[in-house]
Design a protein. Structure first.
Length: 223
């Protein structure tokens, strides 16, 4: 069996001493630097080209926010609600998300580099046409997530539930899936070139069979 090089772990955020953010309003082309957003409600706000540099978000909601070309650099996000947020062409660099609710969030045509998602709920989230570089999903609920057209060559999924996720036209050469549930995924041929553990591959067998038009029947009893 050919040896596959291990994925490089995402780099950690580079945080400096922070000041508490007081104004919960986001401004177009606004820059937030070295701020701590704690317990704030930023839901349903709209902003273009907003930038967060060395910031921490804790128990802060961005649910249903609409952000065009946002940029997060050296940020930590924990126990936040970002459900149904729409991030168009986002850039995330050296950012860690822990226990974040991302249900239905849309991250479209983005660039994620050195990003980790730990124990996040991202069911029905969309990552269409997004590029992942040194990105790790660990212990995440990604049921029904949409990775259509995504570049996942340097992405890693560990102990994630990917039931019913969509990988049509994705680029997965070099991606790694370890102890994940891949039942019923769509666009299974998009996983071409990925590294998958043996147990995960067994669970995929019926999906592969359907993609190839193979009918699977129960084994005939011995004569």
């Amino acid at each position: 069996m050919k040896d596959v090089p291990a994925q490089t772990a995402p780099a950690d955020p580079r945080l400096a001493p922070l000041t508490e953010a007081e104004d919960p309003d986001l401004e177009h082309e606004g820059l937030s630097r070295r701020l701590s957003f704690t317990g704030l409600d930023l839901s349903a706000q709209e902003a273009d080209a907003v930038e967060f540099d060395q910031c921490r978000f804790e128990r802060t909601t961005l649910a249903a926010a609409v952000l065009d070309q946002p940029r997060f650099t050296d940020c930590e996000v924990s126990h936040c609600d970002w459900a149904n947020a729409r991030l168009t062409k986002p850039t995330l660099l050296r950012t860690r998300l822990t226990s974040v609710r991302l249900t239905g969030a849309q991250c479209t045509a983005g660039t994620l580099r050195d990003v980790s998602f730990d124990d996040c709920r991202a069911d029905l989230a969309g990552f269409r046409f997004t590029t992942f570089a040194h990105v790790r999903f660990s212990g995440c609920n990604l049921t029904g997530a949409d990775f259509t057209g995504a570049d996942l060559r340097r992405a890693e999924f560990v102990a994630c539930d990917l039931t019913g996720a969509q990988f049509s036209n994705a680029t997965c050469t070099g991606a790694r899936f370890t102890n994940c549930d891949l039942s019923g995924i769509g666009g299974v041929t998009g996983l071409s070139g990925a590294t998958i553990t043996a147990d995960d591959l067994i669970a995929l067998s019926h999906t592969f069979a359907r993609a190839l038009g193979i009918t699977v029947i129960a084994s005939a009893p011995p004569r």
